[in-house]
Design a protein around this ligand. Structure first.
Ligand code: SF4
Length: 629
């Protein structure tokens, strides 16, 4: 490495905690001669390294861009306060991991946005990287700042900091942005941005003015339709991943087996914005799993999606990966947290090895009534049977994950949650003995854009905590009930449904010293409140109910699902009406039509199902379930 910062960087490292976060040079890192490429790209995950490295979306884009000989893609992450202090004290900018190049010297810097709680770190990275924080202050020589990921579906809080957002699946849009930016080199920055705006799925906020409508700043301009990968089997997936020196949040390799979800949970943004469903074939998954295990030597592998057990070939796929990769290569294969029904649990138990610890089930709501509101069509009996299946499958404990503050929620729902927890423990112990245990996690609902709950009020503060306490006080003391920090949910709530004024608040709070909001030890809600008070911004309005007849700040982003569909789902929620899985019959959300992408089941593509084929589909599903041991 020939970075002029090398010597001073080496002096800094012993003075910070966990220096392994910053050194780079991991197995799997791509090394190229920067002088040999026409575009230098830096992908940034705006959180600490141990969180960012686990993000498989960024790993996909990293290897995808580096496949090209004309592009060198490097990485950077947010830094902890001790590192930030050292960098500032020594006049060292934030550097990329690969070549220790300052971020300001790249052509393109791209952020992956997975949580609104990382927005504050986007500003830190720009600031430390020597790049003007405000898009309007960047000059021709400054890098292009882009962002994508699920949070980009409401881009407005970051609109003044990001030059262009890629909306939807990133694989194609990132390459188009890279090419357009490189080909327009030499032109004035404004003209280059105008060219980017012509790319399908690219949103350039500087080209949109805003007007105030009913108290919200609403962007004016053409709607941006999200990009969707049409064929997941053809989509790029790396057969190598970066293996960290230090422990990360998820020390495992993730293989994406399916994109999209058809369950229709009304709180779930990922389930709405990634429609329609697209599956990789079991053969393709096995091929990737084999290569990854061989190339990385990893010991943990996850078959990842929003609901892996819904994959049409879930059983043969899981069995093949277990038998041909897991057992012979000593890799522990797992599924992510499961829907709380027995089939999901049996599938998880089948695929895992002998080291069975716990399994996470997500009933989400405490009562059957409230599960109808959120369209999680599981009964109490389903959840108890799932717990029993987990104990039978050898799991030593089950973690039940719930939300509080759901629309129409009452104290009775919270008491029923406590009863359900108790019944699950008894059922598990009937099979698994007295050592079988239940752990409980509760967090507050954060209503997200592009979901039926986008109009709902968000519960925060003392009332949220009172409801959580109600569950805890009605649950046997031996069962541990944990809950997520209410302050985190407040900040997430302000930003997730914010307009451009939320960006002003973000900037002001950043200058007050806020950092790493996703970490409870660093989060300072008082700084957010102080900044809001100075601006005269009413936080309660950002967390409050929205009028279903008004345009929302993200109206210009077309996620595929129509306003009409979301609105009808919101009304069904309030009336406790459940809708079916959309593979069993189209619900006319319109995602297939708007994106022009069909549902994909392995190597079969399918238009939305109409009535005559629905019954056959159901019969097939039952047959598949019976294949699971
Ligand atoms: S258009 Fe129909 S089939 Fe396609 S994702 Fe929406 S509800 Fe499902």
């Amino acid at each position: 490495m020939n970075s002029p910062y090398e010597t001073v960087f080496e002096q800094i490292l012993p003075r910070v905690k966990r220096p392994g976060r910053y050194v780079g040079g991991e197995m799997g890192q791509i090394d190229k001669d920067p002088a040999s490429v026409s575009c230098r790209f830096c992908l940034v995950f705006p959180d600490l390294y141990e969180v960012g490295l686990s993000n498989y979306g960024l790993q996909i884009l990293y290897f995808l861009l580096n496949e090209r000989t004309d592009t060198y893609c490097e990485r950077a992450y947010a830094v902890a306060p001790d590192m930030e202090a050292q960098l500032r004290a020594h006049g060292v900018p934030l550097l990329s991991h690969e070549t220790h190049t300052p971020l300001k010297d790249f052509d393109v810097v791209g952020f992956g946005l997975q949580s609104e709680l990382t927005y504050i770190n986007v500003l830190q990275v720009l600031d430390l990287g020597g790049i003007p924080i405000l898009s309007a202050e960047r000059e021709d020589a400054d890098p292009l700042i882009i962002a994508g990921g699920h949070c980009a579906f409401n881009p407005e809080p970051l609109a003044q900091f990001v030059d262009a957002f890629g909306i939807g699946d990133g694989e194609d849009v990132i390459v188009d942005i890279r090419d357009t930016w490189t080909e327009s080199r030499g032109l004035p920055r404004r003209e280059r941005l105008e060219r980017l705006a012509r790319i399908e799925g690219a949103y350039v906020p500087a080209l949109y003015s805003v007007v105030e409508e009913n108290g919200w700043l609403i962007p004016q301009g053409p709607r941006i339709v999200k990009r969707n990968v049409a064929d997941l089997n053809e989509a790029f997936f790396p057969t190598m991943q970066i293996i960290p020196w230090t422990q990360t949040v998820h020390d495992r390799i993730s293989i994406e087996v399916m994109r999209g979800c058809t369950q229709g949970c009304r709180f779930c943004q990922a389930g709405m914005i990634t429609r329609p469903i697209r599956e990789r074939t079991p053969e393709k998954v096995l091929e990737i799993a084999r290569e990854l295990a061989r190339n990385t030597g990893i010991e943990e592998m996850s078959l990842l999606s929003l609901s892996t057990a819904d994959h049409k070939g879930a059983v043969p796929m899981a069995r093949a990966v277990r038998d041909e990769v897991g057992r012979p290569m000593r890799v522990n294969v797992s599924l992510p947290s499961s829907r709380a029904d027995a089939f999901n649990v049996e599938l998880s138990s089948m695929v895992g090895d002998e080291r069975k610890g716990g399994i996470t089930l997500a009933p989400e709501a405490g009562s059957d009534r409230l599960r109808r509101v959120i369209n999680k069509y599981l009964t109490e009996e389903d959840i108890i049977n799932a717990t029993r299946a987990a104990a039978k499958g050898g799991h030593k404990h089950v973690k039940l994950y719930f939300m509080a503050g759901l629309p129409t929620e009452t104290d009775q729902d919270m008491r029923e949650m406590a009863q359900l927890i108790d019944r699950c423990e008894r059922a598990g112990q009937e099979v698994g003995g007295r050592r079988f245990g239940i752990h409980v996690g509760i967090s507050g609902l954060v209503p997200k854009s592009h979901t039926p709950f986008q109009w709902s009020a968000q519960l925060v503060g003392p009332e949220l905590m009172r409801r959580v306490r109600l569950v805890r006080d009605n649950t046997p003391r031996r069962i541990k009930v944990g809950w997520a920090d209410s302050d985190e949910r407040t900040v997430e709530g302000i930003l997730s449904r914010g307009d451009r004024r939320a960006g002003d608040l973000l900037l002001r709070t950043y200058h007050k010293g806020a950092r790493l909001d996703a970490w409870s030890e660093y989060l300072r809600l008082d700084l957010w409140e102080e900044a809001a008070a100075e601006m005269g911004l009413n936080i309660a309005a950002y967390l409050g109910e929205r009028d279903i007849n008004h345009r929302l700040p993200w109206w210009h982003i077309d996620a595929g699902v129509t306003h009409r569909f979301l609105r009808s789902e919101w009304l069904k929620a309030v009336n406790e009406k459940v809708v079916r899985d959309c593979r069993e019959g189209c619900l006319a959300c319109n995602a297939c039509d708007i994106t022009g992408v069909e549902m994909q089941f392995g190597d079969v593509k399918m238009a939305p199902l109409r009535e005559p084929v629905i019954r056959a589909w159901k019969r097939q599903k039952e047959r598949e379930k019976s294949l699971c041991p």
